[in-house]
Design a protein around this ligand. Sequence first.
Ligand SMILES: [Fe+2]
Length: 367
Amino acid sequence: MPLKPLPSEAPSMRALVVDDSASSLANLTRLVEEACALTCVPFTDPYAALDAAATGAFDLVLVDYVMPGLDGIALTRRLRALPGYEQIPIVMITTSLNERVRIEALEAGATDFLSKTPDAAEVRARLRNMASLSAALRRLNDQAAWLAREVEAATRRLLDREAEIIFRLSLAVEYRDNDTGGHTYRVARYSALLAEELGLPPAACRSIFLAAPLHDVGKVAVPDAVLLKAGRLDPGEFAVIREHAAIGERILGGSTSDLIQLAAEIAGAHHERWDGKGYPRGLRGRLIPLPARIVAIADVFDALTTVRPYKTALTEDEAFAYIASERGGHFDPTCVDAFLAARRKIEAAKHERPDIEVVAAQQQTAA
Ligand SMILES: [Fe+2]
């Protein structure tokens, strides 16, 4: 990744200067502005200085040691506790050479000391050093913030592409199944609405929306003669078609992607039943992963409410009544209750257009 070019004109650096003596403050301010290219913001009241620090950024702080009310050490300690002031150079102005005072000041977070009766040449040199340190710190922080934004944007792009590839793969499965009526998309939408109704966090709802379309990916391995057969399937053919759950889990399994792991979990368990009579493992109740219990309802509801070559569609009333009748049988009772509670949203989603643009919009709004 290329390094961020430094701006040709960085915003001017500012120094917070605090001394209760107005004349000392004026001297100190002049000295700082002469020594280095810093704009000084002077305060005689340490509490007002603290307020200014809390609401604005400074690159360097100079505090007098002896001040009434809040001395330099207490002020330093309070400044260090403010967000963004963990590393800013803080210079304490003192006449004391007392070792105890200096140790206390260092422990409070002071970076260096300056004598109140200074040798001007030495003070200028030390101030310049502090200003250089502060400028380097600012560049480092700017660079770190820029890198963090770049990483976040790159991660976002990768996740968006991962989601798009998953959806396009699911469209391929849908074509294979001779079903281009939007089953995949509707199952994803119903699943996400059900997840929301259950109170799952938005990120989990979005993941279920993105992973659910691959629930039948294992059908790519089912022979046409079985998958596309118009008449009733015999027991052997049923056994073949049932393999799609385990095959789907194998196709998607072992990924390092959280989303594909979730898709594998859903593909492998979306035909399990709450009462343990499902397949491929005959899992029961909460042993079935929740996303698979959610997709199971969405999948059956969509199958019931759409026309297939071998059957007509149920009305929505009939389909909701069927889902309700399987509460605690085929389906998780809690999921059934939530699905019935979300009925109006489910009915509205049934008529959405299942194209890639709509899905992209869903991804954007859910992100
Ligand atoms: Fe399936």
